[in-house]
Design a protein around this ligand. Structure first.
Ligand SMILES: CC(=O)SCCNC(=O)CCNC(=O)[C@H](O)C(C)(C)COP(=O)(O)OP(=O)(O)OC[C@H]1O[C@@H](n2cnc3c(N)ncnc32)[C@H](O)[C@@H]1OP(=O)(O)O
Ligand SMILES: Cc1cn([C@H]2C[C@H](O)[C@@H](COP(=O)(O)OP(=O)(O)O[C@H]3O[C@H](C)[C@H](N)[C@H](O)[C@H]3O)O2)c(=O)[nH]c1=O
Length: 264
C-alpha cells in the first residue's frame, strides 16, 4: 500500500548536523510518497505509532530503516501537601509532593531566577562547561546515531541542547544538583502550553548513579511545574533505556504512547 504523506524540511537540524533533513507528515489527502521526493533530502525521518505497522511496512518498501523505539510518558503534577494532609490528594501525591518539596527547598525564589537554596539550583553560565560535559557523554542511546549522524555530532547536539537550556533559548531552564564544577546531575524543562511541560534532558554523572539523584532531579522538575501552575509533566525516552523508564515509572509516570523512528 502506498503511503500518502508530505515531507517537512527540518531547518534547524539540517543546519546543525550539516545534513539536509526532512520529516514525514502522514496525510491521506497528500500524493503517494515517491522515491523522487525522498531523494531531495540526505536523511528523511518518520515517527510511526507502534500500532501503525502498515505505515512502517510502507516506509520499509521505500527503503526506510528502523532507528529506535520511543516511549512517551507523563504524570499529573502532585499538589504540594504535608504529611497527614489528606485534603490535597491521595497517598502517592503526598509522598511525591514531600520529595519534591525537599528537593527544591527555597524554591519560592525560582520565578525571580535566583538560585535554589536546597538540593537543586538553576544552572547559570558558570555551569556551562560541567553541564555540557555531562550532556555530551550521557545520551549514548539516541536516534541521532551512526550511520545517519556522526558520534561527535550527537555529543555536540546534547551539549548544545543543555547550553540552550541554561540560556533559556530552547528548553526554558536547566536545574542542577551539585556545586559549579562538581555537578551530580541535570534536568532541563520546557513549558509546552498552559497546562503541560516536558523534560528535555535528564542525566546523572556516572559517579553518582543509583544513589537517588535521578529521583531528586525528577522531583525538582515536578516542583518547578507546580510553581509554574503546570498540571502535567511529560517525558520521553528510548525504548532501550530501561534505567530511565524504570526511574520515570518509579516516580509515578505512566506510558502515554509508543512509537518507532525510521530513517531513509
Ligand atoms: C528525558 C531524557 O533525558 S531520557 C534519558 C535519560 N538519561 C540517560 O539515559 C542518561 C544516562 N543515564 C543516567 O543519567 C541515569 O542512569 C538515570 C538518569 C537514567 C538514572 O539516574 P540515577 O540517579 O541512577 O537514578 P536513581 O538512583 O534515582 O534511581 C531511581 C530508580 O531508577 C531505576 N534505575 C536507575 N538506574 C537503573 C539501572 N541502571 N538499571 C535499572 N533501573 C535503574 C530504578 O528503578 C531506581 O530505583 P532503585 O534504585 O530503588 O531500584
Ligand atoms: C537543541 C535543539 C534542538 N532542536 C530540535 C532538534 C530536533 O528536531 C528536536 C529534538 O528532537 P527530539 O525528538 O526531542 O530529540 P531526541 O530524540 O534526541 O530526544 C529524546 O531523547 C532525549 C535523550 C531526551 N530524552 C528527549 O526528551 C527525547 O525527546 O529539537 C531545536 O530546534 N533547537 C535546539 O536548540
Amino acid at each position: 500500500m502506498p503511503l500518502h504523506a508530505t515531507i517537512e524540511p527540518l531547518g534547524w537540524e539540517s543546519d546543525f548536523f550539516n545534513v539536509s533533513s526532512g520529516k514525514i507528515i502522514v496525510n491521506p489527502a497528500a500524493a503517494p510518497l515517491s522515491g523522487c521526493a525522498l531523494d531531495a533530502f540526505q536523511v528523511v525521518q518518520a515517527k510511526v505509532a507502534a500500532d501503525a505497522m502498515g505505515q512502517a511496512d510502507a516506509l520499509a518498501e521505500l527503503g526506510f530503516r528502523l532507528v529506535e523505539g520511543e516511549i512517551d510518558c507523563s504524570l499529573r503534577v502532585p499538589k504540594r501537601c504535608g504529611r497527614g494532609d489528606g485534603a490535597h490528594g491521595d497517598l502517592a501525591d503526598s509522598a511525591q509532593g514531600d520529595l519534591a518539596d525537599r528537593a527544591v527547598e527555597g524554591s519560592a525564589r525560582l520565578p525571580g531566577g535566583a538560585p535554589y537554596a536546597g538540593h537543586l539550583r538553576i544552572a547559570g553560565r558558570g555551569d556551562n562547561a560541567a553541564v555540557s560535559r555531562l550532556a555530551s557523554s550521557a545520551f549514548r542511546l539516541s536516534r541521532f546515531r551512526e550511520p545517519w549522524y556522526r558520534e561527535q555530532d550527537r555529543r555536540r547536539f546534547y551539549a548544545v541542547w543543555a547550553q540552550n537550556a541554561i540560556l533559556g533559548t530552547f528548553d526554558d531552564l536547566c536545574l542542577v544538583k551539585g556545586r559549579p564544577g562538581a555537578i551530580e546531575g541535570m534536568v532541563t524543562l520546557r513549558r509546552l502550553g498552559a497546562d503541560d511541560a516536558r523534560i528535555g534532558l535528564l542525566a546523572v554523572d556516572p559517579a553518582f548513579t543509583r544513589r537517588g539523584v535521578g529521583r531528586v532531579l525528577f522531583a525538582g522538575a515536578l516542583a518547578w511545574c507546580r510553581l509554574q501552575g503546570i498540571s502535567r509533566l511529560r517525558v520521553a525516552t528510548q525504548a532501550g533505556n530501561l534505567a530511565a523508564l524504570r526511574l520515570y515509572i518509579a516516580c509515578g509516570a505512566t506510558v502515554d504512547s509508543t512509537a518507532y523512528w525510521l530513517y531513509r
